[in-house]
Structure formats: structure tokens, C-alpha cells
Design a protein around this ligand. Sequence first.
Ligand code: DAH
Length: 337
Amino acid sequence: MTIAEIKTEFYNAITNCKTVSELQDLKVKYLGKTGELTAVLKSIKDLPAEERPSFGAKVNELRKEMESCFGQRAELLKSEEMQRRLREEKVDISLTSYPRRGALHPVTLVEREICDLMIAMGFEVLSGPEIETDYYNFQALNIPEDHPARDMQDTFYVTDSILLRTQTSAMQARLMERKNPPLKVVCPGKVYRSDSDASHSPVFHQIEGLVVDKNITLCDLKGTLEYLASHLFGANTKVRFRPSFFPFTEPSVEVDVTCSNCGGKGCSLCKGTGWIELLGAGMVNPVVLENCGIDSTKYNGYAFGIGMDRVAMIKYGIPDIRLFFENDQRFLKQFSK
Ligand code: DAH
């Protein structure tokens, strides 16, 4: 083959070349040790001596031309191949095969919300033991053995003197024994009672509030609860105190809030009254202060205990407390953001 023939053939071949590996084969075919161009160069020995330099120069020129062609073609094919792979090997990220994210339990949401609000008012958040002594759960709170108030709560006893706490109020004496006033603490946690129906569960959640300082009044209690209720249930929520009895507070009150469902007009949630009973509270009984070594002539305080499951039921319109403990994914999923 002449140089011109090789050149024509080469240009045809390279423009038809569709892949990098075909191009590689072509390179070997033309420029390899036994390739076409090398063969032509070898034929130089058959030429008369004076023609050899110009022939050699022409072959070298073609070799350079071919090399640069290979380079350009390789670039082009590589980029085409990359485009094709990007098109074909595309990952469909809309396929949701990854695991679903979990969500916080509605009672946890309420607990966090209440704690955040209390922290904003300067309260500390502490937790205590769920397996408690009879002393902290009852006696220190002015509920001696055989006191009728014990019948208000069906207790799970572990031994005669150890029980599953029936109320987070059990933390009151622990706190007052440990630290001198001023005290401003909330204690969220689980409590246990042998009771079960749509509004009672053997395990449920309370948050106890305790303030001990000088010159504390019922107004301080009411202001605190008004702040809490208006943030939990809406700005227009009103708070009402009704006289009640708890051995560890004197006076004691039952606290109602205006129904968040009907705004106080009366509906099925509030049984037509416009009010929802939310918590028990009162001024710390001086007997309890003295039980914990606090001088009740110098200090006083208030306490309150909120059922957090009840708050969650009102807030989210949940009709049955048992839904909180059944771990039904269909129920729990509704609270994921
Ligand atoms: N511990 C009471 C209960 O479980 C609720 C309670 C009432 C807590 C009055 C208080 C309080 O701190 O002052 O029924």
C-alpha cells in the first residue's frame, strides 16, 4: 500500500470507529510494531538512497497526524461513553427503599413541650426512681399507714415498704431533703396504679412541679399554670381553681382549663361543661416541709401534679389512653413530622 492509500483507509476506519476498544485495535493495526505504517516504513530499504529521506519524512508526518487523530478521537469517544453511562446507569432516587424514620411518642412530645415551658420560667428538670419506698410515696407526704387517702390510689406493692410509685409527688420529699430552699423543680416520669379503662392505664405519666421559697402565694401558682396552659392549649385558655383535698397540700385545688376543643362553649370532650379537669395542686402542707427539715415559719411553697397522658389526649384528640401503650404503628405514625 502507498502512503496515500494508507491515509485514506485510515481516515475511513477511524471515523467508523465507535468505541474506545475498537479505537485501541485500530491503533495497533496502523501504528503497532507489525502495523501497516511500520510495514511501509520497512519498505524504505527498497528505495533508491536519495528518495529515502523524503519518504521517511512523509511516513513520520503521517504517523504524527495519525497519533493526533487517535488522541482526538479517543477524547470524543470517552466523553460520549461517559454521557451514555450517565444516561443509562442513572439511579432512581425517588424509590423509597430506605427505612422509615422513627417519631417521638405523643407523650414524649408533651413532656418535652411542658419541660421547655417550665425551663423558660426558671425551673430545673429532675427525675427520680419508679420503684419507691412507702416513706417517700406516702408517709413523707402526710399520708400515714391506714390513712384513707391511700385508697385513692391502688398501689402495686413490691414488699410491705417498697412499691411502684403511684405519683411523682414522691419526688417532693427527696428534693426538699437534698437541697435547701429556694427550690424550683419539675419531675416528669412514669407512675403506676392498678387501674385500667379508657381513661386509666396501669402505667401512665405525670409531671410534678414544686416551688419552695419565701412568700409564695396561690397567685404564683395560678400565674405559672396560666402561662403553661396558654402555651399548651392556646392563648385564650383560661384556668380555674376548685377547692379540693390532698394530704400534702393545704389549701388544695383541682385545676380546670377551658376546653380547647370548643373554647368553653361546651362539647362532647368537656361533657358540655366548657371546662376540662387537668391537674391537682396546692400550697405545700407545712407538715410536709417540717418532715423534710424545712422551717415552715420561714418558707412555704406550691406544688402541682399534671397527668401528661391526659394533656396529650386533650391536645391531640385521643379518645382512649390505652392507645399510648399498644405500640400500634398506624397510631404512632400520625405523630411523625
Ligand atoms: N399526686 C396527685 C395525684 O397523683 C396529684 C397532685 C395533687 C400533685 C396536688 C401535687 C399536688 O403536687 O399539690 O393525684
